[in-house]
Every structure is written in C-alpha cells, then in structure tokens.
Design a protein around this ligand. Structure first.
Ligand SMILES: Cc1ncc(COP(=O)(O)O)c(C=O)c1O
Length: 387
C-alpha cells in the first residue's frame, strides 16, 4: 500500500493484534471464539425499548454538545450513589461515543507534543495508540502475575521524568482481570500528588467485579481534582454497539474535552443517550444477572485451564482469563495461531496488550457456558499434544 500521503504518526501506528487475528477467524468455520472483548448478551430489552421510543418520538436531532442534561445528571447521581464522588452535571460530565472517544478526547486535550503518559501493561490495546495519536509518548510499566497484576508503585516512580504528564489506569483490567486494591491506589495517589500528575482512570468494567470492592479512583481523598474518570455502558449493560460512554472531571479539564468533542463529534447519538439513560437509571438488575452468569463462567474457565496445566491467575473483574502458556515452549503468537488452526479455538496473544503480556493468551468468558466447556475440551486435546 502506498502510504506516502499519510502522516508519520499514523504510518507508525501498529495495527491492533486483535483485529489482525480476527480477520483470519472470520474466514474459518466452526471456530469457538474466546477472543472478542464484548458481552455475548444482547442489550436488555427495556434499554433497547428506550432507544426505539426515542427514535419513534422523532428524537433524530443533535443534543447539546456535552450530552443530554438528564443523562449527565443520571451519570452524576450514579457515581455519587456508588462511590460518593460528586460531579456537577452541568460542567463536570461529558457524554462521549464510548470510552474510546473519551480516551481520544482526554489525550488530545491534555498532551503537549512529547509529554509522557505512564501506562501499566498489559492493557487495553488502544491506550498506547491514543497517546501516540495525540502527540504524546506512552511509557509502558509492565505488571506481573506475582503481584496479582497490580501496578508496582516503585515502578511508576522510577519511570517518572520531567516530561511525565499523566498515568493511565485501566481496572478492572482488560486483559488480566486484575482489580487494583485500595492500598495500591492510595500509593499511586501519593505519587500523583508528589509529582503533580493527572490520573486518567478507565473504569469501564467497574460493576463487573467478583467478590471484591471496586475503588473508584477519584474517591481517594485529594484525587478528584486531578483525575479524569472514564466510564460507560458497553460492558456493564452489554451496549457495545450503542457507542455511549462518559468522562467526568474538574470543570477546566472537561471544558477542554467538550471543545474537541464539539468539533469532531458534535454530540453522541441521541437514541443511544436515551438508551443509556434507561440503563443507568433502571438497569441494575440486569447488571447483577449478567455478572452472576459471568462469574459462573469465570469459575469454569479458570478451573479448567489450571487443571490442564496452564497456570491461570484468578481474575477478580471484567470477563477475561489470562493463562500463562509458556509451559508449552511456544510464544503466545504461535500458541494462539496453532490453537486456532488445530482446534479452532480463537484467543488473543498476550503480547498484543503490551509489555508483560508475552507468554500469556487472553480468553474472554463473555461467551456461553456450553461454548466454554467445548473450548476446554479442545484445549485439552491441544495440551495432550503440546503440553
Ligand atoms: C478497558 C477498556 N476501555 C475502553 C474500551 C472501549 O470501550 P467503549 O465501547 O466504551 O468505547 C474497552 C473495550 O474493549 C476496554 O476494554
């Protein structure tokens, strides 16, 4: 392909390892996919109905740039109720096209050329790219299974330079399933204060935790003013296709986000905002139902992989298992490739998620219990040959 017209920062972007892999999967038959990071559930009916009602009522226009005020109010109420953090819906909340857009906005709004963002890895595949696209430099901070994939505060400290602007946290974590503990978060807070760093906290999976507390970063004393909280609807409410999310933060930062959003997006889709309003106001029972089912599947897959000799950290949140596959002597790309070719099970090589992901694969359990059972049978026959 002739890329001569493309800007250098775009040519330099690595294609997502996930997409590359799933282009191959799409051409194959009888594949069990543990690869895609989205709920297998269809959006709960009352939420769908709210979107349909909005269209039928002729709400086919833009909303205000920052989003429907009823939705911003509901987001603000929700965060206050769950975490005790107060955001003014008029000036401290913006509705975005998913956390994906919120990430883009926050990086573009905060970063001057060459400023560094510390990114604990393995992490969601977009983080490094979003920093790069905004002219910043992502600095990967690997996390390790021995620490339960928690960030080592001393590793953050060591990576700080005069150019460090922010830390980008993602928890419950994609792909490891780690949920950062209060004690680790408090240590990060101390570092942020000492070095005047912004914390960008992607808490998209906040309600998908299993038996542990989710600590919302801005609820840590002193952190609200220096945190941009990112959240949304895609995972908690099975709404990936609606493309709705939000960012909350201090008025000065949110103003910057709104400025970019108004020129690039205008406003998030109106019917999706109405569906999101229904979700966040009345959707709790569906979250609980889906979470219980994810938990059942989580136990199955983690137990199954461990018993096949693939050491698997117990994920406390999100819907991913992250087994270590080094026992097979293969690297993670080779393992994923062979597993797909020989057993028709699709997983994502851990190295797609940055430093620290090598030697692992990500298996999503946002797929049916029966499919996970069948996938484990296929893993078993794979491990008989390669274990
Ligand atoms: C950690 C994390 N953040 C953000 C996103 C993007 O989500 P959204 O659908 O809200 O854009 C994903 C999607 O997989 C994710 O895993």
């Amino acid at each position: 392909m002739n890329q001569k017209y493309l800007a250098r920062h775009v040519v330099g972007l690595r294609p997502s390892g996930i997409r590359k892999f799933f282009d191959i999967v799409a051409t194959m038959k009888d594949v069990i996919s543990l690869g895609i990071g989205e709920p297998d559930f269809v959006t709960p009916q009352p939420i769908v109905d709210a979107g349909i009602r909005s269209l039928q009522a002729g709400e086919t226009h833009y909303t205000s740039n920052a989003g429907l005020i009823e939705l911003r109010q509901a987001i603000s109420n929700h965060i206050f109720k769950l975490y005790g953090v107060e955001y003014d819906p008029k000036s401290e909340v913006i509705v975005t096209v998913g956390v994906s857009e919120a990430l883009y906005l926050v990086m573009t709004a905060l970063l001057n050329p060459g400023e560094e963002v510390l990114v604990p890895t393995p992490c969601f595949v977009s983080y490094q790219a979003e920093v790069t696209l905004a002219g910043g430099v992502p600095v990967e901070i690997p996390t390790y299974v021995a620490d339960g994939f928690q960030v080592r505060p001393e590793a953050l400290l060591e990576a700080i330079t005069p150019r460090t602007k922010a830390v980008l946290l993602g928890y419950p974590n994609n792909p490891t399933g780690a949920v950062y503990t209060r004690s680790v978060l408090e240590q990060i807070a101390k570092i942020a204060e000492q070095h005047d760093l912004v914390i960008i906290s992607d808490e998209l999976y906040d309600q998908l935790v299993y038996g542990v507390e989710h600590v919302c970063f801005p609820s840590i004393p002193g952190m609200r003013q220096r945190t941009v909280l990112l959240g949304g609807f895609s995972k908690n409410y099975a709404m990936t296709g609606w493309r709705a999310g939000f960012a909350c933060g201090s008025e000065d930062i949110i103003k910057g986000l709104v400025r970019i959003h108004q020129y690039t997006i205008m406003s998030a889709p109106t019917m999706s905002q109405k569906a999101a309003l229904e979700a966040i106001t009345n959707g709790h029972e569906f979250v609980v139902q889906m979470r219980n089912e994810y938990d059942r599947r989580r136990r199955l897959i983690v137990g199954g992989l461990n018993s096949l000799g693939l050491p698997t950290f117990e994920p406390k949140g999100a819907f991913y298992a992250f087994p270590n596959i080094s026992v097979t002597g293969m690297d993670d790309e080779t393992f994923a490739q062979k597993l797909l070719e020989e057993e028709r099970v699709a997983c994502v090589p851990g190295s797609s998620f940055g430093a620290g992901g090598e030697g692992y694969i990500r298996c999503s359990y946002a797929t049916s219990y029966e499919k996970i059972e069948e996938a484990l049978h296929r893993f078993e026959s794979f491990m008989r040959r390669h274990g």
